[in-house]
Design a protein. Structure first.
Length: 351
């Protein structure tokens, strides 16, 4: 039985930052994740994708963000159960929880924080009859290493942020990039749409709208695509790779059977106070939760983790009063007694 103060389900960015916030409160943490390494989607799906909305970083690769978070939580020595999925939960007479994984590993904690992102997920595949024949032979639903496409011809299909972002990124990597979308309007960020339009004018991107990929051509590897255009009819495009980016189909998996209140495949929480679920002692933070005004952003998950940990401390130590100290003054001290001293600053307050 692995015992800890806060058991975190999910080792993505939100789960990792929870370790830091809990560590400041001298609370021990242990993380469970079905993936074989920490980082969640940032490590597994798009480690080389740039992220632009992390405070203090105009641009940072998803994999580098994970590396920074791992470095940040080192002083607190969290435990990890990786490559294994949280399967069942049981509440004991003492009010603590036991979470058992698919492989039978038991974890005991007074607080459970579900930070599972989108849960388990699989890519949404376009309805092309022979697409499965070319998976890993030129068809990819996730871009893990953009260097694979250096000096190659690439066709991306989709109209959301992921399709736009990778079109922009690969325009400087691939020899030829084509973006196919079934509409003239895009769902992604306006600045990304404008950037793709600019690259199209510069001849760095071939943009085909009001069209859909209907056929994949090739033998041992993709060599071309058959595209159906709304007005021009059938179009053939030679390519080395086809990357349909239509998003992911999220699934809560076994967590959906834990008696939690679910709404639109997400866990409902009380955001007026501490992001607790309908079961006291179980919290949900990050993309896995939902409430009025929810924004599915990494920085939102960071905020929710900080608030949740304060509530968890009061739950674990109801008779203690914690006085928050700013890390710029107090530094960061790990469980081993080591301390990173912060620069002492004189703060003048105007009352």
């Amino acid at each position: 039985m692995i015992k800890t103060d806060i058991l975190i389900i999910g080792a993505g960015p939100t789960g990792l930052f929870t370790v830091f916030e809990a560590g400041l409160l001298k609370l021990k943490t242990h993380l469970i994740d079905a993936l074989p390494q920490p980082g969640g989607q940032c490590s597994e799906i798009y480690p080389k994708k740039p992220i632009y909305d992390i405070p203090g970083f105009p641009e940072i690769l998803a994999g580098d963000l994970v590396n920074n978070l791992m470095e940040q939580i080192k002083p607190f020595e969290p435990g990890f159960t990786l490559g294994d999925r949280a399967e069942t939960i049981e509440k004991l007479e003492d009010g603590t929880f036991v979470v058992t994984t698919l492989r039978g590993v038991k974890h005991n904690a007074p607080v459970v924080a579900i930070a599972g992102g989108l849960g388990s997920f699989e890519p949404r595949k376009p309805p092309i009859p022979n697409i499965a024949d070319f998976e890993d032979k030129g068809v990819a639903y996730i871009i893990r290493d953009p260097e694979v496409y250096r000096d190659k011809r690439v066709v991306i299909a989709g109209g959301g942020d992921s399709a736009l972002d990778w079109t922009i990124f690969l325009a400087e990597v691939a020899s030829e990039v084509t973006l196919v979308h079934r509409r003239n309007e895009f769902r992604g960020a306006l600045d990304s749409v404008e950037r793709v339009a600019e690259l199209t004018k510069l001849g760095k991107v071939n943009l085909i709208t009001e069209a859909e990929v209907k056929e994949i051509k090739g033998d041992a590897h993709v060599t071309g695509l058959g595209i159906k255009h709304k007005t021009e009819g059938d179009i053939h495009v030679d390519t080395d790779y086809f990357i349909p980016l239509f998003g992911l189909s999220p699934k809560l998996g076994p967590i959906g059977n834990w008696g939690l209140e679910i709404e639109k495949n997400a866990i409902k929480v009380d955001n007026s106070y501490d992001y607790q679920t309908n079961i006291p002692g179980i919290y949900a933070i990050g993309d896995v939760n939902t409430y009025k005004g929810k924004l599915k952003l990494i920085l939102s998950g960071f905020h929710e983790a900080a608030i949740m940990c304060q509530s968890a401390y009061q739950r674990i130590f109801p008779d203690k009063k914690y006085v928050m100290k700013y890390t710029t003054v107090g530094g960061v001290e790990g469980f081993d007694g080591s301390k990173k001293e912060a620069k002492k600053e004189v703060v003048k307050a105007i009352v």
